[in-house]
Write a protein that binds this ligand. Structure first.
Ligand code: ZN
Length: 301
């Protein structure tokens, strides 16, 4: 029998997204060893695929998983004192409402499992290793199918044990966008209803095929700038990280900064360079969510 050493202990992370679950194993200091992605189907099938990945990869390498961190799509219960901790709440995703992700993985893997939102996870990873390294307050906004935000100040996530619903704040309409009703099933023209990837596609088409001079980008940048303005004035974060699929358009970040500067009108006394350093894209790219899960597992240990 060989003695179990620290190097044989690995941490598991799960980026539970709306369409894909990304699983990974990492060293105790957060270096990814192996990862794989699984398309989301039913809860039972998707969770079984992930459990199988964690078990077989760890066993093959002779490693033991010491904890799992899950950064999940929401709405989700992230109150560690609640009996429903880790439960997906009312979601339009068929079959997923009332699924307790934490319990399913804890029962199968027999390890401690911690759960937070996808944006809080990504923000934790960006603070540790990415675009917010070295600052004490930051926000992470994902601009994807929906819009969500995590806000952290002095090591504490805003709204805990709940999470912010920043995607649903009110917007001032762009002058060229008056006719669009918005896509939010609750509010119509909230931030998510006007500026999510789904809202963008509904009136401008697939962003991957649009020229950077297309008028839709100025409308999008206007709403994202309003979001940055609200975050800046409410929480004064040192960094605002804009991630998610729509931010893959390389020109959008600078257009958002320019619109932000114009709207702020010098109120906070920020220079162009300071705004460039404040409003940024993720430093960890596509791995931010998965590394978020890993960081949650590190913090649990
Ligand atoms: Zn809304």
């Amino acid at each position: 029998m060989t003695l179990k050493t620290d190097s044989r202990n690995v941490l598991a992370g799960l980026d539970a997204g709306g369409t894909t679950f990304k699983c990974g194993l990492a060293t105790a200091d957060g270096k990814l060893i192996t990862q794989e992605r699984f398309p989301v189907s039913t809860p039972a099938e998707t969770i079984a695929s992930c459990v199988d990945f964690f078990r077989t990869r760890a066993n093959a390498a002779g490693q033991t998983i010491s904890a799992l961190g899950i950064a999940s799509f929401g709405p989700i219960n992230i109150d560690a004192t609640s009996p429903d901790y880790g439960t997906i709440l009312n979601t339009p995703k068929p079959g997923w409402s009332n699924t307790n992700l934490r319990r399913a993985f804890a029962d199968a893997l027999k390890v401690p499992v911690t759960v937070d939102t996808d944006v809080n996870g990504a923000l934790a990873a960006e603070l540790a290793w990415g675009a917010a390294k070295g600052v004490s307050s930051a926000a992470y906004v994902t601009v994807g199918t929906g819009i969500g935000a995590g806000i952290c100040s002095g090591g504490t996530f805003a709204a805990a044990p709940l999470h912010p619903e920043f995607g649903h704040i009110s917007m001032k309409r762009h002058a060229d966008d008056a006719a669009f009703a918005g896509t939010c099933s609750f509010h119509g023209d909230c931030l998510e209803g006007l500026a999510s990837a789904a809202a963008f596609m509904a009136r401008f088409g697939d962003p991957r095929y649009l020229d950077e001079n297309h008028a839709g980008w100025a409308v999008e940048a206007d709403y994202l700038a309003q979001a940055c303005l609200s975050l800046s004035l409410s929480f004064r974060p040192q960094r605002i990280i804009l991630g998610g699929g729509l931010m893959l358009a390389p020109h959008l970040i600078q257009m958002t900064r320019d619109a932000y500067q114009k709207k702020m009108a010098g109120y906070l006394g920020e220079t162009e360079e300071e705004i460039e350093q404040k409003i940024v894209t993720p430093g960890l790219g596509d791995d931010a969510g998965l590394l978020g899960g890993i960081k949650l597992a590190i913090d649990l240990n």
